[in-house]
Design a protein around this ligand. Structure first.
Ligand SMILES: NC(=O)c1ccc[n+]([C@@H]2O[C@H](COP(=O)([O-])OP(=O)(O)OC[C@H]3O[C@@H](n4cnc5c(N)ncnc54)[C@H](O)[C@@H]3O)[C@@H](O)[C@H]2O)c1
Length: 441
C-alpha cells in the first residue's frame, strides 16, 4: 500500500518505519527542514531502541523516504496518517492548530479519493473538524478515521510491531477494510483490531492514558499514607497487584508521571469533560496528586538541608522522564533542578541518553558528566529521578566514598531500605521507612 505519514516525531517516525518494514511504500513528511535533512542523511533525531537500523534498512530499500514537500506526499499515497503534535493550549485543551493546518493542506493537495487518519491524540469531535477542513478545499471523496497510537516511548518499535490492540474508528466499511489490511501484519498472533465509531476511538486514547495516570497518582496517595502509618508501600503494591482484577502494571509510586502524553492528555480530557458537562473531579484529583508528587524530592532536600542551599552541591542521576528515552517533556527533573538552582545549589547531572536534551534546558547552569559516579564527587547528596538500569545495582561503596555525606534521595525506590541501613546510608525513598534519618528530618 502507498502510505504517507505527516509529522515525523516519536509517533510518525516509528509508525512510518514500521509500516515500511511490513512492505508498504511510505513517505514521512514534516515541516521541520532540519529534521528531514538529518533523516535523509540516516541520522535519527530521537533515541528509540531498534529504530535506527529499521530506518536505515527501509531507506536503503527505498520503501521509506523523507520529504518536506507535504502536498507531494499527499498526492503520492492513498492512505494518509496525521501524526503531528497536539500540545496543550493555555486552558489545557489540546491545541489542534497543527492537525487542522495539515487537514487543510491535504484538502488542497489531494487529487483523488483518500483515507485520512488522525493518529495524533485528539479530543472527541476532532475527526469532524478534520473532515470539514479537508472538504472546504476539495470535492474529492475522503474517508476520515481515527487510529489513536498507544506506543510507549523507549519501547515504541516493539509496541508498534506487536501492539496489544489496534483501535480503529472508521466512517465506512471500505476504510475499515483497508486499515484492517494495513494492520494485519502486526496482529498475526491474534491481538485484537477493535473497529468502532470515531468518537469512541478518540475517547479510548484519553481514557487509556488517564486510567494509567490515575493508577500512578493513586499509588502515590497510598505511598503518602504508608509513610504516615509506618508501612511499606512495596508490600502494599505487591499485595494489591497480585489481584487479577487489579494487575501489577503502573502501580509503582515515585516522583510523579511526566512525558509528552500523560500530563497533557489528562489536562485535555478534564477540559473536554467540562465542556461536555461530564464530571471531571476524579481526573482533577489525579492531576493535583501528581503536581504535589513532582515536588517530593525537592521538599525532601529542603527539609533535610534547609531553604538556603548556597554552597551545597547535588548529584542528579536521571534527567529523562522515564528510562530508555531522551524525552524530557514534563520530566520531574525539570521541577527539582531549577528549584535547587534557585536556592543557590550546584547541580551535576547524569543520564545515559538525555544529556544533550538536558543541555537544551539548562545550558551551562548545571554540570554534566559522562560517568554517573563522577557526578557524586564532593556532592552533599545523590538525587535519583529515573529508574535507568545502570542505576539499579550500583557500587554503593564507591557512592559512599565519593559523596561528602552518604545521603540518597531516591524518587524511584531502586534500593531496599534494609540494605541501605546496613550500608550506613541516610536514605529517603517513596512510601517506605526513612533509613538513618538526619536529626530534625
Ligand atoms: N510520544 C508518544 O509517546 C506518543 C504516544 C501516543 C500518541 N502520541 C500523540 O501523537 C502525536 C504526536 O506526538 P509526538 O510525540 O510524535 O510529537 P513530536 O513533537 O515528537 O512530533 C510532531 C512532529 O510534527 C511536525 N509538525 C508539526 N506541525 C506540522 C505540520 N503542519 N506539517 C507537518 N509536520 C508538522 C513537527 O515538526 C514534529 O516533527 C501527539 O498528538 C501525541 O499526543 C504521542
Amino acid at each position: 500500500m502507498k502510505v504517507t505519514v505527516i509529522g515525523t516525531g516519536y509517533v510518525g517516525l516509528v509508525a512510518g518505519a514500521c509500516l515500511a518494514e511490513t512492505g508498504n511504500d511510505v513517505i514521512c513528511s514534516d515541516i521541520d527542514e532540519e529534521k528531514i535533512a538529518r533523516l535523509n542523511r540516516g541520522e535519527i533525531p530521537i533515541y528509540e531502541p531498534g529504530l535506527e537500523p529499521m530506518v536505515e534498512r527501509n531507506l536503503a530499500s527505498s520503501r521509506l523516504r523523507f520529504t518536506t514537500d507535504i502536498p507531494e506526499s499527499v498526492r503520492a499515497s492513498d492512505i494518509i496518517f496525521i501524526a503531528v503534535g497536539t500540545p496543550p493550549d493555555e486552558d489545557g485543551s489540546a491545541d489542534l492548530q497543527h492537525v487542522l493546518a495539515v487537514a487543510k493542506t491535504i484538502g488542497q493537495a489531494m487529487g483523488s479519493e483518500k483515507i485520512v487518519i488522525t493518529k495524533s491524540t485528539v479530543p472527541v469531535g476532532t475527526a469532524k473538524k478534520v473532515r470539514d477542513a479537508i472538504q472546504a478545499e476539495t470535492d474529492q471523496p475522503v474517508h476520515v478515521c481515527s487510529n489513536p497510537e498507544f506506543l510507549k516511548e523507549g519501547a515504541a518499535v516493539d509496541d508498534f510491531m506487536k501492539p496489544d490492540r489496534v483501535v480503529l474508528g472508521v466512517d465506512s466499511e471500505y476504510a475499515g477494510k483497508m486499515l484492517t489490511e494495513l494492520y494485519s501484519p502486526f496482529v498475526r498472533t491474534g491481538n485484537a483490531i477493535h473497529i468502532m465509531d470515531i468518537a469512541a476511538a478518540e475517547i479510548t486514547k484519553y481514557a487509556a492514558n488517564s486510567m494509567l495516570a490515575t493508577r500512578i497518582s493513586f499509588m502515590n496517595a497510598i505511598a503518602q499514607l504508608c509513610e504516615a502509618a509506618g508501612a511499606d508501600v512495596d508490600m502494599v503494591r505487591r499485595g494489591i497487584g497480585s489481584d487479577s482484577r487489579i494487575g501489577s502494571a503502573f502501580l509503582f509510586p515515585g516522583v510523579g508521571y511526566g512525558g509528552s502524553c500523560f500530563p497533557k492528555d489528562v489536562k485535555a480530557l478534564v477540559r473536554t469533560m467540562k465542556e461536555l458537562g461530564a464530571d471531571s473531579s476524579i481526573l482533577e484529583a489525579v492531576e493535583a496528586v501528581n503536581e504535589r508528587q513532582k515536588r517530593l524530592l525537592l521538599d525532601r532536600v529542603v527539609h533535610r538541608f534547609g531553604e538556603d542551599l548556597s554552597g551545597r552541591r547535588f548529584a542528579v542521576w536521571g534527567l529523562a522522564f522515564k528510562p530508555n528515552t531522551d524525552d524530557m517533556r514534563e520530566a520531574p527533573s525539570l521541577v527539582t533542578i531549577p528549584a535547587l538552582l534557585e536556592r543557590g545549589a550546584a547541580v551535576i547531572g547524569h543520564d545515559p541518553v538525555a544529556m544533550e536534551e538536558a543541555r537544551r534546558h539548562f545550558g551551562d547552569r548545571i554540570g554534566f558528566v559522562d560517568n554517573n559516579y563522577d557526578a557524586l564527587v564532593g556532592a552533599d547528596a545523590l538525587v535519583i529521578h529515573t529508574e535507568w538500569l545502570p542505576y539499579r545495582r550500583p557500587d554503593f561503596q564507591r557512592i559512599k566514598e565519593a559523596l561528602s555525606n552518604p545521603v540518597i534521595f531516591d524518587g524511584r525506590n531502586l534500593y531496599r531500605p534494609e540494605k541501605m541501613e546496613e550500608l550506613g546510608f541516610e536514605y529517603y525513598s517513596v512510601g517506605r521507612m526513612t533509613v538513618n534519618p538526619h536529626e530534625g528530618s
